[in-house]
Write a protein that binds this ligand. Structure first.
Ligand SMILES: *Cc1c(COP(=O)(O)O)cnc(C)c1O
Length: 370
């Protein structure tokens, strides 16, 4: 049996006719950028998150970068300010910071959740710290009450990288509704994925929302009137229309993901495989199911031989990448160890029960090297 890591075609099969009708509607409309579909999607996505504003942009990295750029313009940040980021994250969280001439200060994770450890954040706060960027890694909400407390106490911005966390919640409050602003990605593989690139900034801050809406469109508030030196990063009409369809099915997609994760947690029993720890069920939106194993590479080869595709998120942390040679001297032993042990199992709305049982059996049959 072959089990793909993620089957997007299968995930779309349940509502493919709706997707095709939405694309056809946009083609027939003759309007392809900054039109009604985007306005409607922004409204619907903001409501789904329980936040006042959503601004569609070209991708998740731009969403993060434009939040910081917006706050630079509003005077809440200045060049050279420090932003605390998790050491174990996708490189986009770092790129958004350094790309705005801000300084990423990476910290170690909580070893149970792999998310930001509030104690490590508190220890990293210094005179130039102006913001905390929480990443809800793998779809699990970071400890937002503790991080919000720190942000308040030290007068810092709290920004959420919610690119993996559509649907994670705590006390009924959604990811994206905790910080001053949040960035979402609609990259196809994300929990809410477009059929191409896309992203959004979500915020209750009306001044920031207006600023980002201008920045994404050449800094203009009206045609050929440019308030700021902006960029071109817009969520186009076809993607917005497709996302509106997928948003209507998102709760169902999330329930399917949760079911797979629940079966994995029930079924995988192996002395050398550490299952993900979950603080509470609603906090995890299961973008990725990430286990840990000291013999990760051998486990991955074993699974491959059984027809099970797996991936590593991520093999090398940002501070060990050639792109961040300036962070070469940073020491993050826990982060570095995690990158050598993590393995992501197949997970998605279209993963059938047979496939899930096959993955479980393959994991349980793993024979560790001595
Ligand atoms: C995917 C991702 C991003 C970037 O999103 P893109 O749409 O691919 O630019 C940022 N942060 C995290 C944690 C991600 O997983």
């Amino acid at each position: 049996m072959e089990v793909p890591f993620l089957d997007l075609r299968g995930a779309h099969a349940r509502y493919v006719d709706e997707l095709k009708a939405a694309a056809a509607r946009v083609i027939d409309s003759g309007r392809y950028v900054l039109g009604e579909e985007l306005a409607a999607f922004e409204h619907e996505f903001a409501a789904w998150c329980g936040v006042r504003h959503a601004v569609g942009v070209g991708n998740g990295l731009d969403a993060l970068a434009l939040i910081l750029r917006g706050y630079l313009g509003l005077g809440a940040l200045a060049e050279g300010d420090e932003v605390i980021v998790p050491g174990n994250t996708f490189i986009a969280s770092f790129l958004a910071v350094s790309g705005n001439r801000l300084v990423p200060v990476p910290v170690e994770p909580d070893p149970a959740s792999f998310n930001l450890d509030p104690a490590a954040v508190a220890a990293a706060i210094g005179p130039r710290t102006r913001a905390i960027m929480a990443v809800h890694l793998y779809g699990q909400l970071a400890d937002m009450p503790a991080l919000a407390g720190l942000a308040r106490k030290h007068g810092l911005l709290l920004i959420e990288d919610a690119a993996q966390a559509h649907g994670a919640a705590c006390g009924g409050r959604q990811a994206g509704a905790f910080g001053d602003a949040a960035a979402f990605s609609f990259y196809p593989a994300k929990n809410l994925g477009a059929l191409g690139d896309g992203g959004a900034v979500v915020t209750g801050d009306t001044r920031l929302a207006a600023r980002v809406a201008a920045l994404r469109n050449y800094g203009s508030d009206a045609k050929y009137h440019h308030l700021f030196q902006g960029v071109n990063s817009r969520l186009d009409e076809i993607q917005a229309a497709l996302l509106r369809v997928k948003l209507r099915h998102l709760d169902e997609d999330l329930a399917l993901r949760r079911r797979v994760a629940w079966r994995y947690r029930e079924g995988i029993r192996h002395p050398r495989i550490v299952l993900p720890q979950v603080a509470c069920e609603e906090r995890h939106a299961w973008h990725l199911f990430v286990l840990r194993c000291r013999h990760r590479d051998a486990l991955q080869r074993h699974l491959q031989a059984q027809g099970v595709q797996s991936q590593v998120h991520y093999p090398v942390p940002p501070h060990r990448q050639p792109a961040y040679a300036g962070l070469r001297d940073v020491r993050l032993p826990l982060t570095e160890r995690l990158h050598g042990e993590v393995l992501s199992l197949p997970l998605g709305p279209a993963l059938g029960e047979d496939a899930v049982e096959h993955v479980i059996a393959a994991c349980n049959a793993f024979e560790c090297p001595p």
